[in-house]
Design a protein around this ligand. Structure first.
Ligand code: CU
Length: 149
């Protein structure tokens, strides 16, 4: 009984160690809900701040209807093409390039429905901070940039 327990601990340890070695290679998937009402108020991405690594995916889920996700001019790493998703549809963004990604919901941008994604080295951070925003998006982005490490 005692030996069996020790053996179980050893196996568990081995599995845990193997998992730790392998995990950096596995891309992570983040899920962002598009909501009419969330913890931060109405018309929000939840979460609205994501710290990702190159190769990770951000899945935008149309939990509530009437939303989409669109890149914001001046808030994409160099070489990343602008994008705009369809309404009421899931959209998966793969973040291969390092830097800051700023996104908005097209109709609710001025209501502050925006999100910030950081990936690895943030070479375009200063440029992204200088982007001009409409309405409440200005305040939300100021708060989001405070969360950047
Ligand atoms: Cu929206």
């Amino acid at each position: 009984m005692k030996n069996g327990f020790k053996k179980a601990i050893a196996v568990f340890g081995l599995v845990a160690a193997t998992g730790m070695v392998l995990s950096p290679a596995l891309a992570e998937e983040f899920e962002v809900k598009m909501l009419n009402k969330g913890e931060k108020g109405t018309m929000v991405f939840e979460p609205d701040f994501i710290a990702a690594q190159p190769g990770d995916t951000i899945k935008f889920v149309p939990t509530d209807k009437g939303h989409n996700v669109e890149s914001i001019k001046g808030m994409l790493p160099a070489g990343v093409e602008e994008f705009k998703s369809k309404f009421n549809a899931e959209y998966v963004l793969t973040v291969d390039e390092e830097g800051v990604y700023g996104v908005k919901c097209t109709p609710h941008y001025a209501m502050g429905m925006v999100a910030l994604i950081t990936v690895g080295e943030l070479g375009n951070l200063d440029e992204a901070k200088e982007a001009k925003h409409k309405g409440k998006a200005k305040k939300v982005f100021a708060e989001l940039f405070e969360q950047v490490q």
